[in-house]
Design a protein around this ligand. Structure first.
Ligand code: ADP
Length: 447
């Protein structure tokens, strides 16, 4: 087992990882920018190293500084959290070259999944159902028209190097295709330095369903069930559930089994998430994330298993603490992402939190790094906390969520809490009846 883990992240996830390390009796080092000197995880860590000024590229993305911090403190492993360097294959390779363990998969697996065309090809080879579309990059209009006609309109043009919903264009008919192909490719070139694009059938009313998987480092793969993250705004997840209200036990076991086998065949090690669009009873692979997800706590709530403990165990060569048959799904969990944003316009609202009071009681978990008197710096993303609620079934979970939201107090800044208080009372949400466009339509109506 590791002696000392360096946490290369900030905010709630840095604290989340720190908690897991403490429980396992592992010493912790955190790195932070000058803007985060007062952060909770910095206060609670055994050691901290300031690695640069506020901009991420000079601190949380500065590989040299982070490797130097490992050398200075004698850390033998790095947990990257999510975002920042968590899916940076070069970072994983550099750590390996320094004999420091990257708590995540190999650089090569990160590389495959970071390229969407390559990822889709790999998924297909491993028996994972994919969205019908081109086999690889599409460059000329004639080929694009042929493929689009074959799969049928509407189609979506996506960037191979894409991320965060950028470089995607929908063509409803052949008349839109030429412009869509050109703009997607130009946008992708500008945003990612790679203008390769591919074509997929555009699904009109899908849900976003993702499967939590793990490779144990010895060639075995398991799944921890799915999460439904269909409630999104601008491709950003807002509310997540486990299990999905749309799946039955048979569908869960089927897609979970396909994913676990794929992970084993790939020889993948550590945590991963295989994301699908789900429509009319069919799953369509869109991408795989090779890291811990923001919404992992809903899976922890229904399985009772600490996924960060498992990541650390696997990375240290100790394998998983559970086998597939030990993983049982109990009850239902929902996570609300609480952002420091105006709940209507979603403009960021940094500043000082004058009062912070979190709900408590059975089935409530709040993952947050903030506290009363904490000043939110304006440099980073606006997530200030996650409320995770667990109940014996979805109805109990929703009732508990409603009262937890009533108890939650954040004064001094604007947050998205009022949005969740509205959503929890909505009939479609109560019925679990929503797709990936539901929230945007709802917000447009409310304006
Ligand atoms: P990114 O990595 O940029 O987030 P994804 O491939 O994960 O890109 O897709 C992001 C979102 O775009 C999906 O959650 C979905 O809302 C939409 N999307 C992607 N592919 C399709 C498709 N084939 N049909 C319909 N919507 C899609």
């Amino acid at each position: 087992m590791f002696q000392k883990i360096l946490i290369a992240n900030r905010g709630e996830i840095a604290l989340r990882v720190l908690r897991a390390c403490k429980e396992l009796g592992i010493q912790t080092v955190v790195v932070h920018s000058t803007a985060d000197a007062d952060a909770m995880h910095v206060r609670l860590a055994d050691e901290s190293v300031c690695i640069g000024p506020p901009p991420s590229r000079d601190s949380y993305l500065n590989i040299h500084q982070i490797v130097a911090a490992c050398e200075i403190t004698g850390a033998d492993a790095v947990h990257p959290g999510y975002g920042f360097l968590s899916e940076n294959a070069k970072f994983a390779d550099i750590l390996a070259a320094h004999n420091i363990t990257f708590i995540g998969p190999s650089g090569d697996h990160i590389r495959i999944m970071g390229d969407k065309i390559e990822a889709k090809r790999t998924a297909k080879r491993l028996g994972i159902p994919v969205v019908p579309g081109s086999d690889g990059a599409v460059t000329d209009q004639k080929e694009a028209r042929r493929i689009a006609a074959e799969i049928g309109y509407p189609v979506i043009i996506k960037a191979s190097a894409g991320g965060g919903g950028r470089g995607m264009k929908v063509a409803l008919t052949e008349a839109d295709l030429e412009v869509a192909l050109q703009t997607a490719s130009t946008e992708a070139g500008a945003a990612f330095g790679d203008d390769a694009v591919y074509i997929e059938k555009y699904l009109e009313k899908p849900r976003h369903i993702e499967v939590q998987v793990f490779g144990d480092g010895f060639g075995r793969g398991v799944h921890f069930g799915e999460r439904d993250c269909s409630l999104q705004r601008r491709h950003q997840k807002v509310w997540e559930e486990a299990s999905s209200p749309a799946l039955n036990a048979e569908e869960r076991a089927r897609i979970g089994g396909i994913c676990a086998k794929a992970i084993a065949d790939l020889g993948y090690s550590g945590a991963g998430t295989i994301e699908f669009l789900y429509e009319n009873g069919e799953f369509y692979f869109i991408e795989m994330n090779t890291r811990l997800q923001v919404e992992h706590p809903v899976t922890e709530a229904i399985t009772g298993i600490d996924l960060v403990h498992e990541q650390i165990r696997v990375a240290s060569g100790g394998g998983l603490s559970v086998k597939q048959e030990d993983i049982k799904f109990n009850g239902h969990a929902i996570e609300c992402r609480i952002n420091a944003e105006d709940p209507r316009t979603f403009t960021p609202s940094p500043g000082t939190i004058t009062h912070f009071h979190t709900p408590g009681g059975l089935g409530i978990r709040v993952d947050s790094g903030v506290y009363s008197g904490y000043k939110i710096p304006p440099y980073y993303d606006s997530l200030i906390g996650k409320l995770i609620v667990h109940g014996r079934n979805r109805v109990e979970c929703m009732m508990r969520l409603r009262r937890a939201l009533d108890e939650f107090v954040v004064d001094g800044i604007k947050t998205t809490l009022p949005l969740f208080r509205d959503l929890v009372g909505n009939a479609d949400i109560a019925n679990g009846d929503y797709d990936i466009h539901w929230l945007e339509k709802y917000l447009a109506k409310e304006e």
